[in-house]
Design a protein around this ligand. Structure first.
Ligand code: HMG
Ligand code: MG
Length: 306
């Protein structure tokens, strides 16, 4: 068995998390959350998105949010669906953008109102322009292990969309189990399949936790050679265009699991739990992170973890 000595976490709570919460947080609270996550040691944070505000009202005012973030040892990324979104991201000073394609035609249409092919044509222009401005672009493939509208998804489609995103200049592609239907072996096999066309250090995994499989899936993918994991503080969120999907795997649970396996993340679990508590207080909700709940309940815990 081989697992890495270090894993890089991409914190998506301020975007993927907040985009699907009932309460919309104002820019001050969103920026405060990002600042707290950065203070916990997270260096890659998805801060918001420049999409149609009527489609995802929770992400309106991402420009104001970015302006309030203290920039220290931090790469702030934002989701952009088109050239209009890119212009807004550049004007707001984002360090990185993310474009988001899908492996399911129906999800693509519902999410971004175009076919997969049209989205890839659009994204090629977005990524090229971002790179001309010195801004790195990440690519997502959604519905990699199942689609809320079409059910099973062809792995070959995932491979071709991931390959196209890397080909157009994305530095990394994140494989999104948008509705959290994956399980460890299918997840691992999918990574192995994508790794035939892409270097492993360009593959990230993004698991929603609808069926409680996310941590097991992550472990299976780490064994397959993945080194970058997306997660959301307190397990916030979901996708407004994937009804019933739960939030991402909680960052606290990922960090706990990795620390207990002596895998370095650079993240302080205590400070992360505090950031999650701040988010939950703002949103008037409880964390779905089992680790945050256990720490809050002062359960027995290994002495070296605090
Ligand atoms: P559209 O209606 O096809 O866009 O929407 P359009 O180009 O036809 O333009 C219509 C109007 O929108 C125009 O305004 C544009 O200017 C405006 P009008 O002339 O009528 O006044 N417009 C914009 N306004 C602000 N920002 C923009 C923008 N673009 C056009 N960027 C569009 C297409 C993609 C914009 C829309 O469908 C949209 O914003 N969708 C939101 C998608 C979204 O945010 N989904 C959630 C994130 S994806 C996700 O969560 C999955 C992920 O986590 C991975 C995983 O879990 O698998 C990433
Ligand atoms: Mg997601």
């Amino acid at each position: 068995m081989s697992v890495p000595s270090r894993v890089s976490i991409v914190e998506v709570g301020p975007r993927d998390g907040l985009q699907n919460e009932k309460l919309t947080l104002p820019p001050q609270a969103r920026a405060e959350l990002i600042n707290r996550l950065a203070a916990a040691g997270l260096t890659r944070i998805e801060a918001g998105s420049f999409v149609l505000p009527s489609a995802v009202p929770q992400m309106a005012h991402t420009d104001e949010t970015l302006a309030l973030v203290l920039k220290q040892n931090l790469r702030l990324s934002v989701l952009v669906p088109n050239l209009r979104g890119l212009s807004d991201a550049l004007a707001a000073g984002a360090d990185e953008i993310a474009v988001f394609a899908a492996a399911s035609e129906t999800f693509s249409k519902r999410n971004i109102n175009c076919s997969i092919e049209e989205s890839l044509e659009r994204y090629a222009k977005v990524v090229a322009k971002a790179r001309r401005h010195g801004v790195m672009a990440r690519g997502y493939v959604s519905c990699v292990l199942g689609c809320p509208y079409e059910g099973a998804v062809d792995g070959a489609r995932v491979v071709s969309v991931a390959g196209a995103l890397l080909e157009m200049g994305c530095f990394e592609v994140s494989l999104g189990d948008t509705i959290g239907v994956g399980a460890p072996l299918p997840a691992r096999r999918l990574v192995e399949r994508v790794a035939r066309v892409a270097p492993l250090d360009k593959i990230a995994v993004h698991f929603h936790d609808t069926f409680g499989q996310a941590l097991a899936n992550i472990f299976a993918c780490l064994e397959a050679g993945v080194r970058v994991v997306d997660s959301s503080v307190a397990g916030l969120g979901g996708c407004p265009f994937a009804p019933g999907a739960a939030g991402n795997v909680a960052t606290e649970d990922v960090v706990y699991m990795l620390q207990r396996m002596d895998i370095e993340t650079g993240v302080s679990l205590d400070r992360l739990i505090e950031a999650g508590a701040f988010a939950c207080a703002q949103l008037d909700r409880t964390p779905t992170s089992r680790v945050a709940v256990a720490y809050g309940a002062k359960c027995d815990r290994p002495g070296d973890m605090r």
